[in-house]
Design a binder for this molecule. Structure first.
Ligand code: NAD
Length: 491
């Protein structure tokens, strides 16, 4: 029997769906465990077909009125929504730390402020959405960005609050109504977004949240022909499945997927700086899509770089994510720990050299030592496939051409990092085939900038105007400048 609320470390959160402005119970539930210590956090509502249908129906019903508001009117609601997130900042931090294992310090200083900005920034920028015009000799073209309709948003467990708001902000600001399907391993902060929407007075049906598994709830959601868009962040196999299903109904999808990004260290790099940034790749226990996980280090500086990075890695504070001093927390699920270990075991069996790590961490069952594997072949599994854990590889190169070929030599193309003399590193970075790449830095993100990957790392871009392009129907309203008389000689 499901409780009406969950109490997670003193924070009260609803385990139910949020549909049409109300909490909705389910006859089926799933157990939710904390990655910190495997304790049962409670039972959460599983989204059955009836819940998915009700959520889409509610969103479709809310769409005409919400889309008819001006962007300025929607901004009033969305600013209040962001305020409500801010009022619950501590609750968001504690919940996501407990159900996803994200560092409390990162939640407090990074994720929650960013979640609020994800809403307010897009609400503000939607004000200028309809301003685009093209003037030609013949006509005035008003290029409109009209909201597409009912949008499905599906998120993964590694950063649920950040990713849900990153998609909700532009989708709602543009005038769409939304159904969110949060990750089954970390649904609690998305549930709390329902409370925020309610307290902010968002009209019923504008934002709906249906929890549940991917194969049941998610699959049902993306099969519905009433959707106008699907924005998905997650793994490649799931995206392929969604693409086929949504393709049957010609529903446009945006896919932000996995990565196997290069971290290049040129011979003229500031080695200590590069090594300090290198240690950051273990952030969130390596469960970060945009991390540079393949270290490509010039042979001349290999030993110096390894020594410098080892120095930083040895000092990493691994432990309970609720402790403000912790730098690396747990892996999300026992299955994921097994997956990480099996990748490492196969790599070592195939001849990889273990520079550090390689096993679980004594802090607890779901903690894993930061790991580095060298002497790995470009075509090996560990170089070609995303591990999504604290496991990195290191290869050496001798020339610019060689490192560019290695950087581009996987099926992924999300991000990258390139350390070296600025002009040299920028030149290399320009030739790496990914959606973005940082030169002598890592993690600088701006909401105005495009974000996404190429090849197996994704389809389409979100961020700034690219989010609006995706969540809107672009329409040209053509008004001739001279009186128009129909004639067959007209083109
Ligand atoms: P996943 O694909 O297993 O699940 C992601 C979401 O999809 C979950 O909510 C899940 O329930 C849902 N889902 C699963 N099967 C579904 C189906 N058949 N139909 C509809 N929905 C379904 O991914 P994950 O393991 O939760 O997340 C890890 C992956 O996400 C990694 O590959 C990581 O690189 C990627 N990721 C990418 C980005 C990015 O921006 N590029 C950001 C974060 C994570």
């Amino acid at each position: 029997m499901m409780n009406d609320t969950l109490n997670v470390a003193g924070i009260i959160v609803s385990p139910h769906h949020y549909i049409d402005g109300q909490r909705v119970v389910s006859d089926e539930t799933f157990d939710l465990f904390s990655p910190i210590d495997q304790r049962l956090l409670g039972q959460v509502a599983e989204g059955l077909a009836e819940h998915v249908d009700a959520a889409i129906t509610a969103a479709a019903r809310a769409y005409p009125a919400w889309s008819a508001l001006s962007a300025a009117e929607r901004k009033v609601y969305l600013d209040r929504f962001a305020d409500e997130i801010g009022k619950r900042a501590d609750a968001f931090c504690i919940l996501e730390s407990n159900d996803a294992g994200v560092l409390l310090s990162r939640m407090k200083h990074g994720v929650v402020p960013r979640a609020m900005l994800n809403i307010t920034w897009f609400a503000e920028h939607a004000l200028t959405l309809q301003d685009h015009a093209i003037d030609t000799e013949q006509a005035h073209h008003m290029v409109r960005h009209d909201p597409a309709g009912v949008v499905a948003i599906i998120t993964p467990w590694n950063s649920p609050l950040m990713l849900a708001t990153w998609k909700l902000g532009p989708a709602l600001a543009a005038g769409n109504t939304v159904v969110v399907k949060p990750p089954e391993w970390a649904p609690l902060t998305s549930s709390l977004l329902g409370d925020c929407a309610h307290a902010a007075g968002l009209p019923p049906g504008v934002l709906n949240i249906v929890q549940g598994s991917g194969t049941k709830t998610g699959a049902r959601l993306v099969s519905d022909p009433r959707l106008a868009r699907i924005s998905f962040t997650g793994s490649v196999p799931t995206a392929k499945w969604i693409a086929q299903t949504a393709g049957a109904n010609l529903i446009p999808c945006s896919f932000e997927l996995g990565g196997k990004s290069p971290f290049i260290v040129l011979a003229d790099a500031d080695i200590d700086n590069a090594a300090a940034t290198g240690a950051l790749m273990y952030r969130n226990a390596g469960q970060v899509c945009l991390a540079g996980t393949r270290f490509l280090v010039h042979a001349l500086v290999r030993d110096r770089f390894i020594a410098a990075m080892r120095n930083y890695v040895e000092k990493l504070n691994i432990g309970d994510p609720r402790d403000e001093a912790t730098e690396v927390g747990p892996i999300i699920h026992p299955r994921q720990v097994e997956r990480v270990q099996s990748f490492v075991d196969r790599a070592i069996a195939g001849g990889a050299e273990l520079l550090w790590g390689g096993a679980g961490h004594p802090f607890g069952a779901q903690y894993y030592q930061p790991t580095m594997l060298a002497n790995v072949r470009q075509d090996s599994e560990i170089v070609q496939n995303e591990v999504f854990g604290p496991v990195l590889t290191l290869q050496t190169f001798h020339s610019d051409d060689e490192v560019i070929a290695m950087a581009n030599g996987t099926d992924y193309g999300l991000g990258g990092v390139c350390y070296g003399e600025t002009e040299h590193a920028t030149h290399i970075a320009q030739q790496v085939r990914t959606g973005f790449i940082w030169v002598n830095s890592f993690g600088i993100r701006d909401l105005a900038a495009p974000f996404g990957g190429i090849k197996r790392s994704g389809v389409g871009r979100e961020g700034g105007e690219w989010s609006f392009e995706f969540f809107c129907d672009v329409k040209d309203v053509i008004v001739p400048k001279k009186p128009f008389r129909a004639s067959f000689s007209h083109r």
